[in-house]
Design a protein around this ligand. Structure first.
Ligand code: CMC
Length: 430
């Protein structure tokens, strides 16, 4: 915080308004507009493009330079040297763990991977063809009906237990939502396995045979979780904070985050990328789709391109692209037709003035969809996997808010509806 001030002059108001300006450790200064309400004025910022909704110490993004830091550490360094659970520890507690702290953390997560046995029957209430994200919204929200001993948000121990439960159980529930959709038995977690390996075991294993998860694919899966772990105040994280600001329990808040993530402009984009590649179908049709993406009168957008914050290469996309190359080489996939379309689209977007002028680079979801498809993950599970990885980010932000001082989130509006008018009786209308 600093002594800087911004002075606001408003037409029709004699006095000038002085607003405090705060500086963070990195990033733009923020103007505290709290004093405006007493002058009967609000700020107007649809889409929160220039609004800092909170103070946070967790993640920093410089969209212009393509920088993403978790607790100060660059994402590419974490992706290369760390793993998902270590990054979870970092996001939750602010520092990288010592070897002993890491071991304790990992074993605590492992002790929470099973879900209450009655949750298996809860699944039977869903249609088999339900979208797994619909199932996840319901089942994760329902955890609050199963784990009453971690709902007291004023109790630090309850908050910690809820955090462990959510991180540990999300892969189990995600895999269950898939197994349910294909009519196969649910797999119990195997706590001898690593986090990502265990997820692949629960997704693709069956009770009749021993699991055999490829270490290369498990590493790629771990990287996908890690690269999605947190991303500052995005739509789903802001949703979790807003839901949490009313005092709602953590399971309900994370379910709200899952719902917000589902949309195609956010986490649903990875699924939309694959659907788009399938719709294009052949390299010869790419120009037609690129023209549609540029046409103002056509709502079509190139999925997996552009980002609200990044006006440069998404640093996660760089790592994801490398991981995609590793996985495709490991699996010997070189002549996949969808991959050929993806590569050509990437090239066009990096050369075409429309995309260059608007700074529309391929984003993380463009490449994650390609890897997930290669691993054999069905398209409908892509956003679920994003949700598994992002759970720690949601919890870290929720916890940061609840353990500090906060007020219920309550935005205001610019009202443009009718002014007051008198009720008209039914027979006098029309
Ligand atoms: N294809 C074609 N044109 C686009 C695209 C696209 N994917 N994205 C943005 N534009 C154009 C847009 O039409 C506008 O052009 P103009 O200035 O001529 O009107 C300009 O670029 C700015 O777009 P915007 O809608 O103001 O940008 P935004 O910050 O509101 O939206 C976005 C960001 C991610 C929603 C958008 O780029 C988009 O819809 N991308 C496709 C969906 C996608 O891949 N989403 C995943 C984001 S990364 C994962 C995550 O963090 O959730």
């Amino acid at each position: 915080m600093s002594d800087k001030k911004a002075t606001l002059k408003v037409d029709g108001l004699d006095e000038t308004i002085e607003l405090p300006v705060y500086s963070g450790t990195l990033g733009p200064d923020v103007i505290d507009v709290g004093a405006l309400t007493s002058r009967d004025m609000f700020t107007y910022d649809p889409g929160f493009v220039s609004t800092a909704a909170c103070e946070s110490k967790i993640t920093y993004i410089d969209g212009g330079k393509g920088i993403l830091l978790h607790r100060g550490y660059p994402i590419d360094q974490l992706a290369e040297h760390s793993d998902y659970l270590e990054t979870c520890y970092l996001l939750l507690y602010g520092e990288l763990p010592t070897a002993e702290q890491k071991e304790t953390f990992v074993s605590t997560v492992k002790r929470h991977t099973m879900v209450h046995e009655q949750i298996r029957t809860f699944f039977n209430g869903f249609r088999r063809d339900a979208h797994p994200m619909a199932v996840m919204c319901g089942v994760v929200g329902a955890l609050s009906a199963f784990y009453h001993d971690s709902l007291d948000i004023s109790d630090e121990h309850h908050r910690q237990v809820a955090a462990f439960r959510l991180i540990a159980k999300m892969p189990t529930l995600a895999a269950m939502s898939y197994k349910f959709s294909i009519g196969q038995p649910f797999m119990y977690p195997d706590n001898n396995m690593g986090y990502a390996e265990n997820f692949l075991h629960m997704m693709f294993g069956n009770p009749c045979e021993p699991s055999n998860v490829s270490p290369v694919l498990a590493r790629a899966m771990d990287r996908i979780f890690l690269l999605h772990a947190d991303h500052e105040q995005n739509a789903s994280t802001s949703t979790v904070r807003l839901a949490g600001s009313s005092g709602a329990n953590p399971f309900a808040c994370i379910a709200a985050g899952i719902a917000a993530l589902w949309g195609p402009s956010h986490g649903g984009a990875n699924e939309a990328v694959l659907e788009m590649l399938e719709e294009i179908g052949d390299v010869s049709r790419i120009d037609e789709f690129v023209s549609r993406a540029k046409d103002k009168d056509d709502p079509f957008r190139l999925m997996g391109f552009g980002h609200r914050v990044y006006k440069n290469f998404d640093p996660r996309a760089k790592v994801m692209k490398e991981a995609a190359d590793d996985v495709l080489a490991e699996l010997g996939i070189e002549n996949d037709p969808l991959l050929a379309i993806a590569k050509r689209l990437e090239q066009i977007a990096l050369e075409d003035p429309y995309f260059i002028e608007r700074k529309l680079y391929p984003n993380v979801d463009f490449y994650s969809g390609i890897i997930l498809k290669a691993i054999g993950i069905p398209t409908s599970m892509f956003t679920v996997i994003f949700a598994v990885g992002r759970t720690v980010g949601w919890i870290a932000h929720w916890h940061e808010m609840i353990s500090g001082s906060y007020r219920i989130g309550r935005p205001r509006q610019l009202y443009t509806g009718h002014t007051q008018r008198d009720f008209v009786a039914l027979e006098k209308r029309g």
